[in-house]
Design a protein around this ligand. Sequence first.
Ligand code: ADP
Ligand code: MG
Length: 699
Amino acid sequence: MMENLTELFACKVFNDNVMKMRLPKETYKALQKTIKDGKHLDINIAHVVANSMKDWAIENGATHYTHWFQPMTGITAEKHDSFISPTDTSNIIMEFSGKELVKGESDASSFPSGGLRATFEARGYTAWDPTSYAFIKENTLCIPTAFCSYGGEALDKKTPLLRSMEAINRQALRVVRLFGNNDVTSIKITVGPEQEYFLVDKDMYDKRPDLLFTGRTLFGAMPPKGQELDDHYFGTIKSRVSAFMKELDRELWKLGILAKTEHNEASPAQHELAPIFTTVNIAADHNQLTMELMQRLAKKHNMVCLLHEKPFAGVNGSGKHNNWSICTNTGKNLLDPGETPYENAQFLLFLCSVIKAVDEYQDMLRVSVASAGNDHRLGGNEAPPAVMSIFLGEELTEILEAIEKDEDYDAKEKSIMRVGVHVLPKFPKDTTDRNRTSPFAFTGNKFEFRALGSMASVSGPNVVLNTSVAESLKQFADELENAENFDDALNRLIRKTIKKHKRILFSGNGYDDAWIAEAEARGLSNLKTTPDALPCYIAEKNIKLFTEHKVFTETEMHARYEINLENYTKIIGIEARTMLDMAKKDILPAVSSFVKTLCDTVISRKSAISEVPCTYEERLIRDLSELINRMYSDVSALDKELAKATQIGSDAQKLADYYKDVILSRMARVRESADKMETMTERKCWPYPTYEDLLFGVR
Ligand code: ADP
Ligand code: MG
């Protein structure tokens, strides 16, 4: 039976259509105004909206409501309250007030705050973000909210994102006005995040403490076959996976999420989902929901969705490509080269604003994608390096070179290239999208930031992009608004910007060691790990940027620095303890028993026939015994080093550095011996499902 997809789409969303249908006209208008102008919602209007929202939710099977938000670590948080409200001892009514819609109290003490709440208030509150629609998940009405302390400090990822949208809106409006676009009243950032993930069989997953506790495998030898044949990418999708994807699509559509393409990725068991782009705060909400749904639905199909950036050593990890552009309320994509010389000049100026921003705030972009998990990918010849650079494609690079040198751009038409005088050629996607090694690529009419890890919220990187580009635009507007001759000033400004920031442009192979050396010569930063990158949060120039644009307060930046350091240390700590547990309780005993079996064989064989030597068994006994000893000594050392961490004190940076330098490298040694033993131990004696089982187990 053909299903009515248009009816299915967004059926669980309290969106514009529903509001139009269910709200009194006046209320609808007032709410629209709030949404458009970002004004405070009048409590009387909120009452009416809340009531209508509640009726709609109950009709659609909801019994509870929650303020749904994105704390600084973890995916999303929610606290469920039921609509039920007693009227007398035996009756109840379903209630939901405007106050409950607009503002929620939340005992925030268990969420990370980097000392923010201690300094201000013990409790935080959540506030409805009316630009992101409420929706029903399971039996709960979810209200997308921002999460703040009573002093107004952001305790979540959404608040700074909303602030950064305002910042770029303010500055971009000034710039488009200079080009005479007076009909434009607001400018939004659009984002389409492509999401990678792994699916493994749940029964196997359950037998791996490392996957359960850390999301990645801490041990595991490579199977005979990995991803070398490239046969998984775009290969046929296995029936269990395709059943999962089908259901995922349907559930996402019900939530109004435009899931568009689903396909296999490079590694075995790896897949990707791409949605159609939308406004950045909604894209961020949708991406969080997508990750949540992936994890929930996978379980229904007896699989587990791994969102970790590097669940398996030896095959590609998972990332998230953040496609980013700037769009006016009149529907014009400002990163799309236009039809007229003026549109082209405007495009070039916006392009330059991004080039300048990425160069000046490369450290902030780097830190926005830093996490313990992503450290395993960046620079690992599967993901872009930790060095930020921009790929523009051959044609655009040539145009910029010509502008910089004030030469004529001799395209096919043999015309002279002058900013504001000539029309640029269109850049078809296939000429711009070839370089997969670049962290930041121009792909025809948008930029694609490719260094994001699969698990992270897209909020952080977009906060940095929006704010740093807002700063470029602010400087541009300041300069051009006062210009005597706009065209000359524009030409000069574009040329000056290219000259000053061209070091960030790179078209070559980002995986090449030579590039890392060249990047250093160009003065680009190369922050290899999370603890190396995190101090960027408290660098003076960055605090200046974010406070001036009212995106973060200085206190909020310090808090983020602390939280991220602590989080890093905690993650590595959990990994190290899990590793010790597995090594001591499972792996060493298993190999030791296997050695005993071999010894028993030798003894009984020798008593049966003494003249034939037990070459295989004896060699294996010796090799495995040596490896057992080596692993045991590394395990003991790791134990001691973990204990020593408690003596470091409370300096979060020192602790994180210690976990990175000492604990992580010791863990690598423990793993090395274990993985070697795995290749020598009888299959049925190994205590865990292997990489082969995990990567090829879903059929
Ligand atoms: P594909 O990579 O599948 O050929 P695209 O390059 O068009 O397709 O899209 C990749 C991602 O970029 C999708 O999520 C898409 O919605 C998003 N995207 C396309 N245009 C824009 C834009 N103007 N702003 C933000 N994201 C966009
Ligand atoms: Mg892509």
